[in-house]
Design a protein around this ligand. Structure first.
Ligand code: ADP
Ligand code: MG
Length: 605
C-alpha cells in the first residue's frame, strides 16, 4: 500500500478512482492535484492484482519476470505469495495448469508481453483442451499504440490472439476494475467445464493509483466459484434403466472424475455396483490399480465386448477411438451413459443413450441412491471372463519386468520403477515420452487419486518439468518424473529451477539416444538421422551443473537404488538411465497415427 501526502501529484492517464478519491481539483496541464491537508492512503494496480488474488485464496504464481510484470512478482513475494520463476513461460504455464488440476483452484501463470505471452499461450491452450483451470495473466503494451499499429515495444493484440485458444479472455483498463476482472477470470476458469482463461493487463494499469479504501472495496471475493450442477431426476432414472439392462457393463473413469475430487462416491459406485472399470491414464489410482474390479489388463476385451459403457468424466475422443471402429463392438450393439458437466460433450462422436449432465460428485451420488437395495451385480460370466483375460495378460508381462539386463529395455527399467511407486504410493508420477509414456502407463500401478500426471488429451511433449515443479510446490510430496530423452529436452533447462527452489524431484531420463529409437540414419550419409540425438549423452551432468545430484545407471538394480536414494534425500536428482537404442517402437502405441510414405524415393546418390 502506498502512503503519500495529500499533495501527491499523479500523472493523468495513470489515475482512475484516484480522481474522485483524492477529491482532485480540475485537471491542469495533465496534473491531478489532491486537496491540501488530508492524509491519503493510496494503492495501485500492482497491489490490487495481488490483493484480488489473495482475497480469493490464490497463494502461488508461476511465471517469468520481465517488462511490465517484474515488480508484480516482487511485490507478490513481499506480500507473502509463493512466486516460482521459471526459465521459459511454457513451463510456468504447464505448472499453473497442473496446479489447477490438483487443487481445483485456478493456477496462475504470469507472463510478459508479446513473446512471453505467446510462449505461455501453448500451455493455456493445452490447459483448456484438458479441462484444467488456469489463468494466464499477461502484461501487454499500450492500447493506444497497439491499436493504431504504431510499433510499440513488444506490440501485439494479445487479447484477440488468446480468445480462440482459451475458455474466456478479459482485459482490464482501469485499476478500479481489477477486482471484477480477477473475479470473472476465476469464475470462468473453474465453473462448469474448467479451462484456461486469459487476463490482459496493459503496462499502464499497474502504476495507476487510487484511494486505498476505494480500492479494497472494489475487490470481489468470488462466492461459490464452481457451483454444483445437479442432474435432472429423469436423466438419473434413464441412466439407471440403461445400467440395469446391462449384461456386460463397464465403467470408464476419466481425468474429469479425478479432478472432481469425489473419490469416495466414485469408489462406492464402483464397489456397490460390482461393475468392472477402466481408468483412463490420469484416472489411474482413483481406485488402486490392483483393485479386483479394475479391467485395465483386459482393456481391448472389455471395450469390444461391453454392452453398456458408462463414461464418468472421460470423453469419447481419439484416446477412446471415438467410440467406434475396430476397438469397439459392432455398431449399434453398445449403449453409452455419459456423466459430464458439459452438455455439448454428449453425442460428440456417437449417440449417447443416457446423458447425465452435472458435476460428477452430484451425479454419482444420485446414481448411488438408485443402486441401493434391489441391485443385482453383473453376471459372473462377464466378470470371470475379464479376470481370466487379466491373469493371462499380467503373467505375460511379469517375466519381462524382472530382467536385470544391461543395457536395459523399457520393461526391465520400468519394472524397477513400478516397485518404487508401490512402496511409495503417495509420490507423484510425472510421465512423458513415446515408448516411455505408453509402457509406463501400463506397467506402473497407481494407488492413490491424482498421482499420475501426464501428456493428457493432446499427448503433448514438454509438460514434464512444469508439472513436476507444480506437483512438488502444491503437494509437498516427492515427485518422480519418468521422461523420454526427447520429451525431457523440451523443458530440460528447468532443472535449474528445480535446484533453485530445492524441490524434491527425481527425474529419470530413459536415454535411448533418440526419438522412438536411437538407430536412425541419414540415407545420404551427410547428417545425423532426423530422430537421433548425441549418442550416450549424460543428462545427469545437467543436474550437477546446478548443484543437484546426477547419477548414471545401466541396470534395473542400479536404477532402483538411485531412485530410492533420491526419494529418501529429497534432493533434486537426475538419473540418466541407459536404454537399449533398438528397444523402442515408432510412435510408441500410436504408430497408427503416424503416416508413413509408401513411395519412398531412393536416397540421392
Ligand atoms: P480422459 O482424457 O481421462 O478421458 P477427458 O479430459 O477426455 O478425460 O474428459 C474429462 C471430462 O470431464 C471433460 O469432458 C470435462 O467436461 C469433464 N469434467 C471435468 N470436471 C468435471 C466435473 N467436476 N464434473 C463433471 N464433469 C467434469
Ligand atoms: Mg528416446
Amino acid at each position: 500500500m502506498l502512503k503519500e501526502a495529500a499533495r501527491a501529484e499523479v500523472r493523468q492517464g495513470e489515475t482512475t478512482g484516484a480522481e474522485d478519491a483524492l477529491k482532485a481539483k480540475p485537471r491542469d496541464a495533465g496534473i491531478v492535484v489532491a486537496e491540501a491537508g488530508a492524509e491519503q492512503e493510496l494503492t495501485d494496480g500492482f497491489h490490487l492484482v495481488i490483493d484480488a488474488l489473495k482475497l480469493n485464496g490464490i497463494d502461488t504464481i508461476y511465471g517469468v519476470p520481465g517488462i511490465p510484470v517484474t515488480d508484480l512478482g516482487r511485490l507478490a513475494q513481499a506480500e507473502g505469495m509463493r512466486v516460482i520463476s521459471f526459465r521459459h513461460e511454457q513451463h510456468a504455464g504447464n505448472a499453473a495448469a497442473i496446479a489447477g488440476y490438483l487443487t481445483k483452484k485456478p493456477g496462475i501463470c504470469l507472463t510478459v508481453s508479446a513473446p512471453g505471452f505467446l510462449n505461455g499461450l501453448t500451455a493455456l491452450a493445452n490447459a483448456t483442451t484438458n479441462c484444467f483451470p488456469m489463468i494466464q495473466i499477461s502484461g501487454s503494451s499500450e492500447r493506444e499504440i497497439v491499436d493504431l499499429q504504431q510499433g510499440d515495444y513488444e506490440e501485439m493484440d494479445q487479447l484477440a490472439i488468446a480468445k480462440p485458444l482459451c475458455k474466456a479472455a478479459f482485459r482490464v483498463l482501469h485499476a478500479a476494475d481489477i477486482g471484477i476482472g480477477v473475479a470473472r477470470a476465476i469464475r470462468a476458469a473453474v465453473s462448469g467445464r474448467p479451462g484456461g482463461v486469459y487476463l490482459d493487463l496493459p503496462a499502464k494499469l499497474f502504476s495507476q493509483v487510487m484511494d486505498a479504501k476505494a480500492g479494497a472495496k472494489s475487490l470481489v471475493k468470488v462466492i461459490d466459484p464452481a457451483p454444483a450442477v445437479l442432474p435432472a431426476p429423469a436423466a438419473v432414472e434413464r441412466a439407471l434403466d440403461v445400467l440395469k439392462s446391462a449384461k456386460r457393463p463397464l465403467i470408464i473413469l476419466g481425468k474429469g472424475a479425478a479432478y472432481a475430487q469425489a473419490d469416495s462416491e466414485i469408489r462406492a459406485l464402483v464397489e456397490q455396483s460390482g461393475i468392472p472399470y477402466l481408468p483412463m491414464s490420469m484416472a489411474k489410482g482413483l481406485l488402486p490399480d490392483t483393485h479386483p474390479q479394475s479391467a485395465s489388463a483386459a482393456r481391448s476385451m472389455v471395450l469390444k465386448e461391453a454392452d453398456v459403457v458408462m463414461l464418468i468424466g472421460a470423453r469419447l475422443n481419439w484416446l477412446l477411438s471415438h467410440g467406434k471402429g475396430k476397438t469397439w463392438g459392432e455398431p449399434g450393439t453398445q449403449k453409452f451413459i455419459q456423466i459430464d458437466i458439459e452438455p455439448k460433450e454428449m453425442d460428440s462422436n456417437i449417440e449417447i443413450a443416457a446423458p447425465l449432465v452435472g458435476d460428477i460428485g452430484s451425479c454419482v451420488s444420485a446414481l448411488l441412491k438408485g443402486i441401493d437395495g434391489n441391485w443385482s451385480v453383473p453376471p459372473v460370466e462377464w466378470t470371470s471372463a475379464i479376470n481370466a483375460r487379466k491373469e493371462a495378460n499380467l503373467a505375460k508381462m511379469a517375466s519381462k519386468l524382472l530382467k536385470n539386463s544391461s543395457p536395459m529395455d523399457f520393461h526391465s527399467a520400468l519394472g524397477a520403477l513400478r516397485t518404487v511407486i508401490k512402496e511409495r504410493p503417495d509420490a507423484i508420477l510425472v510421465n512423458e515420452g513415446a515408448n516411455t509414456l505408453d509402457l509406463a502407463r501400463g506397467v506402473i500401478d497407481m494407488y492413490q487419486p491424482r498421482k499420475r500426471l501426464d501428456v493428457g488429451t493432446w499427448g503433448v511433449m514438454g509438460i514434464g518439468m512444469g508439472f513436476a515443479v507444480a506437483a512438488a510446490v502444491e503437494t509437498g510430496k516427492p515427485v518422480l518424473a519418468i521422461e523420454g530423452d526427447s520429451a525431457f529436452g523440451f523443458s530440460g533447462m528447468e532443472v535449474e529451477t528445480i535446484c533453485r527452489y530445492n524441490l524434491p524431484i527425481c527425474i529419470v531420463v530413459f536415454n535411448n539416444n533418440g526419438i522412438y529409437r536411437g538407430t536412425d540414419t541419414d540415407p545420404t550419409g551427410r547428417d545425423p538421422g532426423t530422430t537421433v540425438f548425441v549418442k550416450d549423452s549424460r543428462y545427469d551432468k545437467m543436474m550437477e551443473a546446478f548443484g543437484g545430484v546426477g547419477v548414471h545407471v545401466a541396470t534395473p538394480d542400479e536404477l532402483s537404488r538411485a531412485v530410492n536414494e533420491a526419494m529418501d534425500s529429497g534432493r533434486p536428482t537426475l538419473i540418466n538411465a541407459a536404454i537399449d537404442p533398438a528397444a523402442g517402437s515408432e510412435s510408441g502405441n500410436i504408430g497408427n497415427l503416424n503416416p508413413q510414405s509408401v513411395v519412398r524415393k531412393k536416397a540421392a546418390a
